[in-house]
Design a protein around this ligand. Structure first.
Ligand code: NAG
Ligand code: NAG
Ligand code: NAG
Ligand code: NAG
Ligand code: NAG
Length: 512
């Protein structure tokens, strides 16, 4: 262990000492380790120094040129700060600016020579320290700022000014000047895949959609740097991530190399539940633009899946086209087990078929490939499910299709806030089906006179924990199918109007 670094700023008693393992193999150059002989190391440093100089030379030239400024305009690179961190509009080169006015997240912008230093959880901005108040900014790049407990699990990043006079110098007492190991001539966006990641609602709401909001204007010319990095997350969301960035994501803590960028956004901008507010977006982008990203992300994989299925189904006869020349609308039941199950789902399937739907039951779990769920829902006319995180998949439905959310007692607020409203914003035909007490398993358990049944508000008002323990974790649904027939028929009529007749098709429709 070598204690090697002190950061002492003029006029300020900031002192940061950093401990680091000496000579760990991966950090070949940047880290002053014990492992290498000084001369070899200095030679390497010198070479890197030279190559960097040439990089920077080219970079500074190009970024000053009018042509480049012009192409930035044209591509809509634009004045994104106004949308991502309004307080930081007009941030000049060589400065760090944080906008902490958001209720859900803080966002900082660093312009200029940005370099990572993961050993000290820091991101440095090398600049002239003259006339600058060099207060260190601290930020947790996660979008649930108001939830103290979950924020405690998120890594805090220090955003630190460093004097550019020490730039590239290899002095005797300060070996580590954060020489760039990897130099990107594009900006970085820093964010966390920790917190509640692991739950699909949170993955989209707190992560993927804010990532789209924060980075789409870069036209993929951006690097994602992730704290609380999980390789499963990168696997699961790789298709989407690669629609937003041309570069593989960087594991901030796992990759100790100094990564250099020409600017950085630290933290993600978020608008509202599962949505994109076009009035807050550069180029008026909407949630449908986000959906287009999903569509492009899954298209190659789905094409592959479809071909496989066509081969398998080559000999089956299509059921989708009826004799009268109408295509049956496709209804998908997103089913859960454990809690909030539909106890009579067999009867529900029968009823839906009787009404005229072709019915699929989908049971997604954590390991289900998103492309497969997307394929199923993108070709569906109606999606039904009991309120819960899986309803997030309404994002995979096409606009003007139907989403019926079954709302167990005591969950009205959450169902409407998290899924009902956002679904309407995505222009789905949304039907919220509030169950009657008798359709709840809690009715059998507690009886009609228990406050749990009679007066759910008296519990849910006490806090989310009550909602969760009583109404979310322990409630199942037994649909009154006489009652449920009504929304189902509405969904059918609505879908038939949208689909219309398909006169020409007598061939079996094997792809659906
Ligand atoms: C911004 O500042 C950095 C460091 O001072 C410098 O290397 C870079 O060329 C500047 N970039 C622009 C676009 O002025
Ligand atoms: C975005 O919307 C605003 C207000 O509706 C409008 O003035 C502006 O022209 C739109 N911009 C684009 C790029 O469509
Ligand atoms: C989703 O459905 C639309 C319309 O049917 C189709 O054009 C698109 O290719 C589908 N997306 C994917 C990824 O298969
Ligand atoms: C389709 O059925 C025929 C006759 O039953 C069989 O010979 C052929 O191999 C089948 N094709 C596929 C793709 O399964
Ligand atoms: C959910 O269903 C799966 C497969 O049918 C089963 O293995 C699992 O134990 C069930 N989980 C619960 C909580 O019932």
């Amino acid at each position: 262990m070598v204690q090697y670094k002190r950061l002492i700023k003029k006029g300020e008693k900031l002192r940061l000492s950093v401990k680091e393992e000496g000579g760990s193999g991966a950090n070949v150059v940047a880290v002053s380790g014990g492992g290498y002989s000084k001369t070899t190391k200095q030679k390497i440093l010198f070479i890197i120094f030279l190559s960097l100089l040439s990089c920077c030379y080219i970079f500074s030239f190009s970024s000053f040129s009018l042509l480049d400024a012009f192409s930035r305009e044209v591509k809509g690179f634009g004045p994104y700060e106004l949308f991502i961190a309004p307080l930081c509009s007009g941030t000049s080169n060589g400065t760090i600016c944080c906008d902490r006015t958001g209720f859900r997240s803080d966002v900082c912008i660093m312009k200029g020579d940005v370099r990572t230093h993961s050993a000290s959880s820091s991101v440095f901005l090398f600049t002239s320290l003259k006339n600058k108040i060099t207060i260190t900014g601290k930020i947790k790049p996660y979008t649930r700022k108001w939830e103290t407990s979950v924020m405690q699990t998120v890594q805090q990043l220090n955003l630190v000014y460093r004097d550019e006079k020490n730039n590239y110098l290899v002095s005797v007492d300060e070996h580590n000047n954060n020489i760039c190991d990897v130099f990107y001539n594009v900006p970085a966006v820093f964010f966390s895949t920790g917190g509640y990641t692991g739950n699909v609602y949170h993955e989209f709401n707190d992560g993927i959609i804010p990532l789209f909001i924060t980075s789409h204007h870069f036209n993929k010319k951006v690097v994602f740097v992730i704290v609380e990095y999980h390789s499963w997350w990168v696997m699961k969301y790789g298709d989407i991530v690669s629609q937003l960035s041309d570069y593989p994501p960087v594991d901030f803590n796992g990759d100790k190399r100094t990564q250099c960028f020409k600017e950085a956004i630290v933290g993600l901008k978020i608008h509202d539940e599962l949505t994109v507010d076009s009035s807050l977006m550069l180029g008026n982008k909407t949630i449908l633009d986000f959906r287009n990203v999903l569509n492009q992300a899954y298209w190659p994989r789905i094409r592959g899946l479809s071909q496989e299925e066509e081969l398998e189904a080559a000999n089956k006869t299509g059921k989708r086209v009826q004799e009268d020349g109408f295509k049956k609308p496709k209804l998908v039941i997103l089913s859960r087990n454990g809690s909030r199950e539909i106890l009579n789902d067999g009867l529900l399937v029968a009823l839906a078929e009787e009404i005229g739907f072709i019915v699929y039951v989908l049971r997604p779990d954590k390991t289900t490939e998103l492309a497969k769920i997307y394929k199923c829902l993108n070709s569906s006319d109606v999606m039904i499910g009991v309120h819960g995180a899986a309803m997030t998949h309404f994002l995979f439905m096409k606009p003007k299709t139907v989403f019926i959310q079954i709302i167990p007692i005591g969950t009205e607020w959450a169902a409407e806030t998290y899924y009902g409203k956002p679904a309407k914003k995505m222009r789905l035909k949304y039907i919220g089906y509030k169950i009657k007490p008798k359709e709840s398993s809690l009715y059998d358990e507690y009886g009609k006179d228990d406050p749990i049944i009679r007066d759910p508000k008296s519990f849910t008002q006490k806090g989310w924990d009550y909602t969760k323990k009583i109404y979310l974790e322990r409630q199942n649904v037994k649909l009154d199918l006489k009652r449920f027939r009504k929304p189902l028929s509405r969904a059918y009529d609505f879908s038939m109007k949208r689909i219309g007749p398909v006169y020409s098709s007598h061939k079996p429709d094997v792809t659906n």
